[in-house]
Design a protein around this ligand. Structure first.
Ligand code: PEP
Ligand code: MN
Length: 351
């Protein structure tokens, strides 16, 4: 059930409707829109009797939600959600969000070298795992809190916003103290206790699509986070498992317009895990932007041959610079933008 407020409804009227919903034993989710506020109702086992709500001041109408998800759908909010990270960095706005960095944080030197390069190319967000979900228990599992400290140092030095993964409720406690955006990985897309915990965090959440998740399963996973009161969710397509073996996963770019039709949430594309092959990252980045993604999540490493994880799909800083340049031009066709590269310090002339 959705309570649609009138366009001129006051804050007090909206609060009164929320109070009434809570009195009835449900949870109220006021979601402001461009012209009016919609209040989503969750926590009801069956249909909600709307008569008590329709009578309240400022209420335009109560409508039944036709989709299984209530808060991520366009029914509750017609216009796109933009997640504001402060300092002019936004995910889902006109400017595309390009998140770049290594798969895993390996050392301060490694993180700083890559951060300097991606920042120079125009990236405003830096990625890097401190907690790594690895297929093998014998593979590098990440530096843990030390990795988070390095990420905090990257933010302080380069002014980049930090995106890093929480793999369980314990690591989320730590990650939310350091990160600007908490990543929930593909393998955890249906870890419902982790989703609920992320829903109680004050930090935005980047939710990656599960390895074999349908669109409905993906959106329902996001719904778990919003249902707990965290409306700052960013979706990320990262490829699904298919029979194809020319790539690590099959990047499902058709999911972008499908998500855009059903949901107001921003969606990014990860061409690195999506293909698993360095040489495919650039072409699929171009395509992702052309198809309407709100940005990219790209693995970049200055020494990919020595990377402790995902080196074969990490691109070099020079390739990332080219990627930014090409994506910038494609974005312009769609009336979107990509931050400009930093001005290079002019070479000092010596006599
Ligand atoms: C990652 O972003 O490093 C990662 C592990 O991604 P995914 O969860 O999509 O495999
Ligand atoms: Mn990786």
């Amino acid at each position: 059930m959705l309570v649609m407020m009138q366009a001129h409804a006051t804050e007090e009227e909206i609060r009164a409707v929320c109070r009434k919903i809570e009195e009835l034993g449900y949870r109220a989710h006021p979601i402001p829109g461009a012209t009016r506020t919609a209040i989503g109702i969750t926590g009801n086992a069956g249909p909600v009797d709307s008569s008590a709500l329709e009578a309240l001041a400022g209420v335009a109408e109560c409508i039944a939600v036709s989709k299984p998800y209530k808060l991520v759908g366009r029914e509750v909010k017609e216009e796109d959600t933009a997640v504001d990270l402060g300092d002019g960095v936004c995910i889902g706005g006109v400017e595309l969000a390009i998140i770049a960095g290594p798969c895993a944080i390996e050392s301060r030197e490694q993180a700083f070298a890559i951060a300097a390069a991606v920042r120079a190319a125009g990236a405003r967000l830096f990625r890097g795992g401190a907690y790594k979900p690895r297929t093998s228990p014998y593979s590098f599992q990440g530096l843990g809190e030390k990795g988070l400290e390095i990420l905090a140092a990257v933010r302080a030095k380069f002014g980049l916003k930090i995106v890093t993964e929480a793999i369980d409720n314990e690591s989320l406690e730590q990650v939310e103290q350091y990160a600007d955006v908490i990543q929930i990985g593909a393998r955890n897309m249906q870890n419902f206790s982790l989703l609920k915990r992320a829903g109680r965090s004050s930090k935005p959440v980047l939710l990656k699509r599960g390895l074999s998740a349908t669109l409905d399963e993906f959106l329902m996973a996001a719904e778990y986070i919003l249902a707990e009161g965290n409306y700052n969710v960013i979706l990320c397509e990262r490829g699904v498992r298919t029979f194809a073996d020319h790539t690590r996963n099959t990047l499902d770019l058709s999911v972008i317009p499908a998500v855009k039709r059903l949901s107001h949430l921003p969606i990014l594309v990860d061409p690195s895990h999506g293909t698993g092959r360095r040489e495919k990252v650039l072409p699929l980045s171009r395509a992702a932007i052309a198809v309407g993604a709100d940005g990219l999540l790209v693995e970049v490493h200055h020494q990919p041959d020595q990377a402790l994880s995902d080196g074969y799909q990490s691109i070099l800083p020079a390739h990332f610079e080219q990627l930014m340049d090409e994506v910038r031009q494609i974005a312009a066709v769609l009336h979107r933008s990509v931050p400009a590269p930093e001005a290079r310090t002019p070479a000092v002339k010596t006599r």
